[in-house]
Design a protein around this ligand. Structure first.
Ligand SMILES: Nc1ncnc2c1ncn2[C@@H]1O[C@H](COP(=O)(O)OP(=O)(O)OP(=O)(O)O)[C@@H](O)[C@H]1O
Ligand SMILES: [Mg+2]
Length: 482
């Protein structure tokens, strides 16, 4: 139960004023309601109220415009913005101008009561100031006003005030990571950290210690305690990218964590409460992976609470001009010359299939900005660049005569890159060697039909050493028998 407070409510809808007045008075609060922004502003400037709840569209002034003024005058006064205009822009503006929370109408009364309680109790932390945020104003984090994208914005706007688990699907380059970040940056966990982990970039054996952390000595090479992504994301958002590539054992463990709300580190015993919002993404068809036995159905249902499907670019060609202009503007902001496309060139972009979606368009625009000298580019420049860009994603086709060392190098590069400037947990040397040791020993055992003596000879290892390794690496000797 929160301490009784004075709550100022502004909404031109009488029904809403009545309902809020009743619900909040019942909780012991003193509620004052008005139908216009001017009265609200007078109360606030007279120093009244402990909390403001305001509508956006009111007869005299837009509630959103009031937010920065209130924040400037009384920075500690919290403001809850409610609106029937459920656009992403409203949600983004409310957050950027310093509202404590944005509530899309219609809302559940319990939800409102819950938000009010949080607003009255959660201690103040310094967030980005309203002035700082003004710059980003009116610039949505996502470009494109097509019907398909509007639908996505409506869903995002409604998700901003929640902690619901979200599953984003869509072809490569459609903006899955961008959407995951927007959910965090404008959501109620924005004061926490956004932590991304890409399942496809991390060797299978390392995923659990990456996610949950490990204790000192929990496996060979674990010289110190390692912090996992769950711990890093505590209070924030954990983005599980390429979830379809998660190995089954790790899926089982993740499912347990999501069910119980707590986890233990690798080698640890004490359960730690998990306070993270999960956003997952994949470009793969999870239902097909489920049929193939590669993805747990129960985990799928846990993650698929709110599914968001990002449409491929070819299904929203009307967004292409705005996206192209946006990427040209970005290129020029980075010092490249200002460029534009003529009508024919733009039409060609609209008729292209875009297998690499927005990312492919972004890269194309960058090349155009950097490589061509004309200010207005025609269709021939587009044709030349489109035919040069390779049809398939290069990472997908692996060179069949790649050497072992370059394959290892490729994996390690991805692994380091997945840490985005940070470092992987310590003990890397032994962990990587184990990765190579395991298939080496397994295949040697299989080549010698499970004969450990012969395998030891083949490997040039002492028999006892081989036995010890088999035990340590938990190699199934029977599996070697083929
Ligand atoms: N609607 C958009 N507006 C502006 N930029 C976008 C939009 N969608 C995607 N982008 C840009 O396109 C690039 C690819 O987006 P992102 O990395 O989010 O895609 P993805 O779906 O995660 O791709 P992958 O499946 O390959 O990981 C990024 O540079 C991103 O900023
Ligand atoms: Mg991605």
């Amino acid at each position: 139960m929160t301490k009784p407070a004075t709550i100022l409510v502004a909404d031109d809808d009488r029904a809403i004023r009545t309902v809020l007045g009743q619900a909040l008075s019942r909780l012991g609060h003193d509620v004052r309601t008005t139908s216009n922004a001017a009265t609200l502003w007078r109360w606030v400037s007279d120093g009244e109220g402990d909390l403001v709840i305001t509508d956006v569209v009111m007869p005299d002034e837009n509630g959103l415009d009031l937010v920065p003024r209130i924040k400037k005058l009384r920075p500690e006064l919290r403001i809850i913005v409610m609106s029937a205009q459920n656009t992403l822009l409203t949600a983004v503006k409310a957050t950027e101008r310093g509202a404590f929370e944005y509530l899309p109408k219609p809302f559940d009364l319990r939800e409102l009561v819950h938000v009010v309680e949080r607003a009255l109790t959660v201690p103040h932390v310094s967030t980005t100031s309203a002035e700082e945020a003004q710059d980003a104003e009116d610039q949505l984090p996502l470009i494109g006003r097509s019907q398909a994208m509007q639908e996505i914005y409506r869903v995002l706007a409604r998700l901003m005030g929640t902690d619901l688990t979200v599953m984003i699907t869509g072809e490569s380059g459609t903006g899955k990571e961008l959407v995951a970040r927007a959910l965090h940056d404008y959501g109620k966990r924005r004061a926490g950290t956004f932590v991304a982990i890409n399942m496809a970039a991390i060797p299978r054996e390392l995923i659990e210690s990456e996610l949950f952390g490990h204790e000192k000595g929990s496996f060979t090479g674990a010289m110190a305690r390692g912090i996992g992504r769950f711990e890093q994301a505590q209070g924030g958002t954990l983005f599980l990218d390429e979830i379809g590539d998660m190995p089954l054992e790790a899926q089982t463990r993740l499912l347990r964590v999501l069910q119980q709300g707590e986890y233990t580190t690798v080698g640890g015993r004490t359960p730690i409460r998990a306070d993270v919002r999960i956003v997952a993404a994949t470009h793969r068809d999870l239902r097909q992976l489920i049929r193939q036995g590669l993805f747990r159905e129960d985990l799928f249902y846990r993650l698929n609470v709110v599914p968001i499907r990002l449409p491929p670019l070819r299904e929203r060609v009307e967004d292409i001009p705005a996206l192209a202009r946006y990427f040209f503007a970005q290129a020029s902001a980075e010092g490249l010359p200002v460029k534009s496309l003529d009508i024919e060139a733009m039409d060609r972009l609209k008729s292209y299939r875009w297998p690499g979606n927005v990312r492919e368009l972004e890269n194309l625009v960058r090349r155009l900005a950097a490589l061509y000298s004309q200010e207005v580019l025609g269709v021939d420049a587009i044709e030349a660049e489109l035919s040069e860009s390779s049809p398939a994603t290069p990472a997908a086709e692996i060179d069949s005569d790649e050497s072992l060392s370059s394959a290892a190098e490729r994996h390690l590069r991805d692994y380091f890159a997945a840490h985005k400037g940070g470092l992987p947990p310590s003990g890397l040397y032994d962990r990587v060697l184990r990765e190579i040791e395991r298939p080496l020993i397994q295949l040697s055992l299989s080549a010698t039909r499970g004969n450990q003596l012969k395998a030891a000879q083949l490997l040039g290892l002492n028999r006892n050493t081989l036995r010890k390794k088999v035990r340590e690496l938990d190699i199934d000797v029977a599996r070697g028998l083929k």
